[in-house]
Design a protein around this ligand. Structure first.
Ligand code: NAD
Ligand code: TYD
Length: 337
């Protein structure tokens, strides 16, 4: 197969390309990535000379590039997005552009050339849960609450509409919070690991009682593979972690323990506006239909992620320079006491 992967220089996309080329050695991957702050070609530097891999620097809103690349592929796996809730709180315009307009541009091209289209989405489109609510599943109504999740919800609706209206062969996955190698150090787990490794404090929003479900990125890549190979066209699949639902505070304490630090590293800071309380995923459908389930426990996944970060200090230093510093100053300004 010839795959067109969008956003393959980001966290999950780069893990997916690595996973795909090692499990499907005869396939070819073209990676269309605009190389925003979150896109780092270094994530796939070891594939630079590999004839099976090609990076095209370009924007998914650019019809000429998108139509050109679509013509030449069998299937699209669409990761490219603005992906960070905190950035969407600061400014939503890039989220509308990339997540909505970019997705529609790709769908137009998939429609033109009748290509298989897998859309990578998030459980955040379902809104949030109370402590004892049942987990999200494929029939949970959409109720996004952040500018990020609103833009992803819009993109999901377009994907379904192109299936219903134009017969494009789509599938969608809605997954929980991912973590693992190459995760950009602005999300909770990598930020806290790198801050703790640097002897800094970790900023827990509010009282840390919010709950997230954590999916190890390799489990996610395997889930997308199952959907591409076995998923039913027009269907959505929810993918979640292995017994990995924890409060932010409990997760923070786990990281502190695994890194041999103490709880004086915790700094409670001003809460995120509109902070979603809890996400939780029921992945029964993926298990029954695709035989997929997550394999990596939270403790094992965190250990592997910590080891990866310890071995990639230079990568972290490069991520945490330049634009990142400006973002960090802006996002945490006035939050940290
Ligand atoms: P990321 O921010 O690490 O990477 C996004 C990639 O998209 C970057 O390489 C960036 O350069 C590229 N990109 C951004 N705008 C682009 C544009 N206009 N044209 C082309 N490329 C562009 O994101 P991620 O964490 O790897 O997430 C990948 C996908 O998975 C996203 O669609 C996200 O919504 C979804 N998702 C992520 C998580 C998570 O926990 N990270 C959870 C659920 C769903
Ligand atoms: P994040 O990794 O940004 O993912 P999302 O907002 O998509 O769930 O945040 C995970 C949780 O951690 C979320 O409840 C917000 C919280 N959080 C903090 O407490 N402090 C931080 O510095 C960050 C980045 C997140």
């Amino acid at each position: 197969m010839k795959l067109l992967v969008t956003g393959g220089c980001g966290f999950i996309g780069s893990n997916f390309i690595r996973y795909w080329l090692s499990h499907h050695p005869d396939d070819h991957v073209t990676n269309l990535d605009a190389l925003t702050y979150a896109g780092n070609p270094e994530n796939l530097i070891d594939y630079k000379e590999d004839a099976r891999y090609r990076l095209v620097k370009g924007d998914i809103c650019d019809r000429d590039i998108v139509f050109d690349l679509m013509k030449d592929c069998d299937a699209v796996i669409h990761f490219a997005a603005e992906s960070h809730v905190d950035r969407s709180v600061l400014d939503a315009s890039a989220f509308v552009r990339t997540n909505v307009r970019g997705t529609v541009t790709l769908l137009d091209a998939a429609k033109e050339y009748q290509r298989r289209f897998h859309h990578v989405s998030t459980d955040e489109v379902f809104g949030h849960l109370k402590k004892d609510d049942p987990p999200f599943n494929e029939s949970t109504p959409y109720a996004p609450r952040s500018p990020y999740s609103a833009s992803k919800a819009a993109s999901d609706h377009f994907v379904r509409a192109y299936y219903q209206t134009h017969g494009v062969a789509v599938t969608i996955s809605n997954c929980s919070n991912n973590y693992g190698p190459y995760i950009f150090p602005e999300k909770l787990i990598p930020l806290f690991i790198t801050n703790l490794l640097e002897g800094k404090k970790v900023p827990v929003y509010g009282d840390g009682a919010q709950v997230r479900d954590w999916l190890y990125v390799e489990d996610h890549c395997r889930g997308i593979e199952s959907i591409l190979l076995k998923g039913r066209i027009g269907e959505t699949y929810c993918l979640g972690g292995k017994d990995s639902e924890v409060t932010n505070l409990a997760l923070t304490k786990m990281l502190i323990r695994l890194l041999g630090k103490d709880e004086s590293s915790i700094e409670f800071v001003k809460d995120r506006p509109g902070h979603d309380f809890r996400y939780s995923i029921d992945y029964t459908k993926a298990k029954k239909e695709l035989g997929w389930e997550p394999a990596v426990s939270l403790e094992d996944g965190l250990r592997m992620t910590i080891e990866w970060f310890k071995a990639h200090a230079d990568w972290v230093a490069r991520c945490k320079s330049g634009e990142y510093r400006e973002y960090y100053a802006k996002n945490y300004e006035g939050k940290i006491a």
